[in-house]
Design a protein around this ligand. Structure first.
Ligand code: PLP
Length: 711
């Protein structure tokens, strides 16, 4: 702080009382810093008005130019003007060179080598005492700029402009401060605060002479440095020390409360230092300190978390920032739950390709080939929209399935999940309504909620999303849906497929509301029976459809490569938002996928996967039928994909069953994970993808044992 440490130490009032105290405040303690900060310095042309401290960068050049003009000097170059320092005492703007700003230049600036010495005028009103005070005051004010913002930052090294150095007997020459001020302009908020402070101060100065502000009149001024232990510094803006003018402990705690509420919350209780901190005043424990808490003559107050009595008090509830709720996916949680099991566990929980499916890919050879051939370039940043050749591959695949696509309408994403999120970012605003299947893909439901959308859950039946019911629910809710989200083939979690008729009526419904449709189709290629259905996006042109796909289920999920197909404009917008997420999908991952496609044989690979999963699906169907006959447990019969939707008797809760199932060594995802408000607590998702056929048998046996324990 700029304020004198002690009145006696200052010595300036005694020396220069006439000029400083011209406002008739003969008995007021001199507080150069306070006076400087609140100085009713007369503006250049309007006496009696308060002037806010000029901003180092903003005002310097301007003031310089004006000052020079007034003095009849030719205008300086703004840069050079800016280098000058405006000084004076609430009257004319005067200039001293930076070099003259040091303490040595305190007497009229007759500093050797001072180019401006001849041009410089006396600073005060003729009396050297005034000059000195004037310069001190001005320097304080000027140097500190808008002190209000800074003084309580508590950096003792910044305790003031000139007075900081002078009152403390040459602790630091002021010119260093100027150098620093030059380098670092004030933050605009500091400027604002400075203005605000000026404006509330009454413009009652007399002929431009500095008055000591009312609030600091009377009483001795005692400045103390508060040293903070490391754990407390974060609550004080990272400062290790703070300086306060406080004649006694009560004032000190009040000042802390006013200027550092966060720190106060951590060290004070009922306006006093709490028992959870140890406080030492000049080394003396505050508990043995004088009853009146008089701090005169004291220099430092140390605050440390108490060694006993626990840690520093936690922040009170009301000052804790309330974070908004965010949503995740219980599917992903179950991966962790299963991984943490210490006993052997058969997992029907994850919808990830099985180990043998991953091994079919030959990832090591693909990766080695890419790296050998392309070296470091395969590890650089990529184009946001994706590797051009991979976009071609995706477009060709979509066209083969009936969705005529150009590579420019493809964006390569970090998995289908990112594509869903990109669609949300492009289309949704908080409060928008999204119509989803129920049970629905948990991660997508959470994505919509994380984007502030309201989710309208529509039941799924044997033909997928019940579009008629969707229409009724929308009307009943009064919502105007912005987006319809479907997993059209072998839906996650139900395994159901949206029939052709429903696809068409979905588009009609979306068109009626001018909503967009997002179809997310990771499983379309994994059909084990029946004929493929056309993608929703291929069935009409009146509705914007975003078609999302992924290489996760047919290739390698860990590479995180998926895609979105949409109108060129939507792809452009998605690319923009992707640039704020990950810039581009991993280059190496994309090139490994590409290498796999370049080698040919993708269709054969997918054919092998179909065989693999068909076999597993059959095995699971048979095992379920064998183990759960006559139990009241039912399940559907999907034509592809990874999932069965298993319904339990109404008195069996799937979460409770999971607890017991984990004890038996088997896992699944309870139905409630796929809903927000709808009740799927008596259902579970049973994924066939992971375990081998033998393990499927074993897992279903264990599931039956668990069921018997809870049913
Ligand atoms: C319907 C659906 N969409 C998206 C995904 C995630 O795909 P990706 O791994 O490409 O992000 C899954 C994975 O389970 C899924 O079932």
């Amino acid at each position: 702080m700029c304020a004198p440490r002690r009145r006696g130490a200052l010595g300036l009032r005694e020396l220069h009382a006439p000029s400083v105290l011209r406002g008739g405040l003969e008995d007021a303690p001199l507080r150069i810093r306070g006076a400087a900060r609140l100085a009713p310095a007369r503006p250049r042309d309007r006496p009696g008005r308060l002037r806010c401290a000029p901003h180092a960068d903003r005002d310097r050049g301007r003031a310089a130019a004006r000052g020079a003009a007034r003095r009849g000097h030719a205008l300086q170059h703004p840069r050079r003007a800016a280098r000058g320092l405006r000084t004076g005492f609430g009257c004319r703007a005067r200039w001293i060179s930076r070099r003259a700003a040091g303490p040595r230049s305190g007497h009229g600036g007759s500093v050797a080598g001072d180019r401006h010495a001849g041009r410089r005028r006396w600073i005060g009103r003729g009396d050297p005492r005034e000059r000195r005070i004037g310069r001190v005051g001005k320097r304080c004010r000027r140097a500190r700029g808008l002190r209000a913002a800074r003084e309580h930052r508590g950096r003792p090294g910044r305790t003031g402009g000139r007075c900081g150095g002078r009152h403390r007997a040459g602790t630091r020459p002021a010119r260093r401060l100027w150098g620093r001020r030059d380098r670092r302009p004030l933050h605009h908020r500091q400027r604002l605060q400075g203005r605000a402070r000026v404006s509330i101060t009454r413009p009652r100065d007399i002929r431009g002479y500095r008055r000591v502000p009312r609030r600091i009149r009377g009483g001795p001024v005692v400045s103390v440095t508060v040293r903070l232990a490391t754990p407390l510094r974060a609550a004080a803006g990272g400062n290790a020390t703070l300086s306060f003018d406080a004649p006694d402990l009560a004032t000190l705690t009040r000042e802390i409360a006013v200027h550092y509420p966060e720190l106060a919350a951590r060290v004070l209780r009922d306006g006093e230092f709490g028992r959870f901190v140890n406080v030492f005043i000049d080394g003396e424990d505050v508990r043995f300190f004088s009853a009146d808490g008089d701090l005169s003559g004291k220099r430092t107050v140390e605050i440390l978390p108490a060694m006993s009595g626990g840690a520093v008090a936690p922040l009170p509830e009301q000052s804790a920032r309330r974070e908004h709720e965010v949503f995740g996916s219980f599917i992903d949680e179950t991966i962790g739950i299963v991984a943490r099991q210490t006993r052997d566990t058969v997992s029907f929980a994850v919808g990830s390709p099985s180990r043998e499916a991953l091994e079919l890919v030959g990832a090591d050879d693909l990766t080695a080939t890419v790296l050998r051939r392309e070296g470091a370039s395969a590890l650089g940043y990529g184009i946001t929209e994706g590797e051009p050749e991979l976009r071609e591959v995706v477009a060709a695949g979509a066209s083969a399935r009936g969705l005529e696509t150009d590579a420019s309408d493809v964006l390569i994403s970090a998995g289908a999940l990112q594509a869903i999120d990109l669609a949300c970012r492009v289309y949704l605003r908080p409060g928008d309504a999204v119509v989803v299947e129920s049970p629905g893909f948990a991660n997508a439901l959470s994505a919509f909620r994380n984007h502030g959308a309201t989710v309208l859950e529509v039941p799924v039946d044997g033909e997928g999303l019940d579009v008629g019911e969707a229409s009724r629910l929308i009307r009943r809710s009064g919502a105007r849906p912005r987006m319809f989200f479907v997993v059209p083939n072998f839906q996650n979690p139900s395994g159901e497929t949206l029939s052709l008729g429903r696809r068409e009526s979905l588009l009609a419904l979306a068109a009626a509301y001018e909503a967009i449709v997002v179809e997310d189709d990771p499983y379309g290629l994994l059909r084990y029976r029946g004929a493929d259905l056309p993608p929703v996006a291929s069935l009409g042109s009146r509705v914007d459809v975003v078609s999302i796909g992924t290489f996760s289920k047919t290739f390698l999920p860990g590479l995180r490569v998926g895609w979105a197909i949409a109108s060129t404009d939507t792809i452009r917008r998605m690319a923009k938002v992707k640039q704020t997420m990950d810039s581009s999908t991993g280059t190496l991952a994309q090139r490994i996928v590409l290498e796999f496609h370049r080698r040919g044989g993708v269709d054969a690979h997918v054919g092998r996967l179909r065989e693999l999963y068909r076999h597993k699906q059959d095995r699971a169907r048979t095992a379920l039928a064998r183990e759960f006959a006559g139990t009241g447990v039912t399940w559907n019969d999907p034509d592809g994909g990874f999932y069965f939707w298993v319904r339990l008797p109404h008195d069996v809760d799937a979460r409770r069953l999971l607890d017991v199932a984990l004890e038996e060594g088997v896992a699944f995802v309870p139905g409630q994970a796929f809903a927000i408000e709808r009740d799927h607590s008596n259902a579970l998702r049973f994924s066939i993808s992971g375990p081998s056929p033998e393990r499927i048998d074993e897992g279903v046996r264990r599931l039956r044992r668990a069921f018997d324990r809870v049913a």
